[in-house]
Ligand binder design. Structure first.
Ligand code: PMP
Length: 427
């Protein structure tokens, strides 16, 4: 590790800017699912979902370079790229989600969704799940129940327990869980009514990714959305993590449920690393919002970004990466379940397409979270050349979410390294 680069970084970025691993990595190159550090050491990337087509995918790089060498300009002129991109993107959704707005980050897109929901409903209250993260602007910071101080100061956001079939709610039988979690949503709606601000919407990641890749009890989401709609609010699906085929079976994680969102927010993998994000929504919501407030974003949807977005869709389709998320995803999940038989530490194995969560516990009965051990494991994995991370309220859930061209030969490397690292841990 280059010590002086770390010191220089501390001076200009500060010590509180997050860095992964006890020994931070200096990465200099990427290709497919592989990353290379400044010493030439190769790492299998099982963490990064942003380079969803694979690091530096040649088709995406070429689309970017070609358009950058031709013209880059904002959207106040006519240009084929942004129109063609939004036509192709909206075609991947339910017919009702017919219009889109582009941004540069997921935070901006969530911010826009909040404004749109508050404008359309005339209400202010937003319901989110505890432990979720939706971005870094001031209004979006109010939603982030984890590490956003704004969330403690707001009256217009209420966090409800994230629906978790593994841990459940104290004293509630498994069969009653969906209703019990939905009841918490009802309580939030009632509280907003008492506060006189009403319910503008529920903003939810249907994959419950940042919460720990949770399996929601069946029927919860539909019940929660129905209650919010009955109160005049909207359903906003945050697909920043779950979108663009990550779950394999669908393009969007909300499609695993019967409820169709009013607004869908997306980002991260949308530009394979290029800053491209946005939302799609029911056409009338976009129309009425933009009559009320002029929306313009200098960089969003420019011809280069739109060309990149288009190239990302090409790769996902041409390389059958959704089908691969189903098949390789199942292969990894089988391997993880075999590890669970062998290692007491693995309390629960979760998988949705090409996204995996391993909940580590020191006691399977008590489900005691093993956060420190999870930290030791991700560092040990890194030393072995496999990059993963951890999530969840207790930091005890191993988070594995590789670029989509991740195949069984890569999965074997991941599983062997995990097996070794788990074997080293003393309970
Ligand atoms: N929503 C979710 C679910 C996210 O995970 C994130 C980023 N981790 C965001 C929104 C914010 O996106 P960005 O960092 O692009 O602003």
């Amino acid at each position: 590790m280059n010590e002086s680069l770390l010191q220089r970084r501390y001076r200009v970025i500060g010590k509180n800017a997050p860095l992964f691993y006890d020994q931070p990595l200096e990465l200099v190159r990427g290709e497919g699912v592989w990353l290379y550090d400044s010493d030439g050491k190769r790492y299998l990337d099982v963490y990064n979902n942003v380079p969803s087509c694979g690091h530096c995918h040649p088709h995406v790089v070429e689309a970017l370079a070609k358009q950058a060498a031709t013209l880059n300009i904002h959207t106040r002129y006519l240009h084929e790229n942004v129109v063609a991109y939004l036509e192709r993107l909206t075609a991947l959704f339910d017919d009702s989600l017919s219009m889109g707005m582009l941004t540069c980050t997921g935070s901006e897109a969530n911010e826009l969704a909040l404004r749109m929901a508050r404008h359309a409903s005339g209400n202010q209250g937003i319901i989110v799940t505890d432990g979720a993260y939706h971005g870094n602007t001031e209004a979006v910071g109010e939603l982030g129940t984890g590490f956003m101080p704004e969330s403690a100061m707001t009256q217009r956001v209420i966090g409800v327990p994230a629906p978790d079939s593994y841990r459940g709610l104290p004293g509630v039988a498994a069969a009653d869980l969906a209703g019990a979690y939905a009841q918490r949503v009802q309580q939030a709606i009632d509280t907003f009514a008492e506060r006189g601000i009403g319910t503008a919407g529920i903003l939810i990641c249907p994959e419950f990714a940042n919460e720990g890749l949770l399996y929601a009890p069946e029927g919860f989401l539909e019940d929660a959305v129905a209650r919010v709609r009955a109160a005049g609010g909207l359903y906003i699906a945050d697909e920043v993590q779950g979108g663009f085929g990550r779950t394999g079976e669908h393009w969007w994680s909300h499609q695993a449920y019967a409820a169709v969102p009013d607004i869908v927010v997306m980002g991260k993998p949308m530009g394979n690393g290029h800053p491209l994000a946005g939302l799609v929504a029911r056409g009338e919501l976009v129309e009425s919002f933009s009559e009320w407030a002029m929306y313009f974003n200098t960089f969003a949807g420019n011809p280069v970004s739109s060309a990149v977005g288009m190239a990302v869709l090409d790769v996902l389709e041409n390389e059958n990466l959704l089908a691969n998320a189903v098949s390789t995803g199942a292969y990894v999940a089988n391997g993880l379940r075999a590890l669970q038989e062998k290692h007491e530490l693995i309390g629960d194995v979760r998988q949705k397409g090409m996204f995996f969560g391993l909940e580590l516990v020191t006691d399977r009965e008590q489900k005691t979270p093993a956060g420190d051990i999870a930290n030791d494991i991700i560092n040990a994995m890194c030393r072995r050349g496999v990059l993963i991370s951890r999530i969840g309220e207790h930091g005890n859930i191993l988070k594995m979410r590789p670029p989509m061209p991740f195949y069984p030969e890569h999965a074997d490397l991941l599983l062997a390294a995990l097996d070794d690292c788990l074997a080293e841990v003393q309970l």
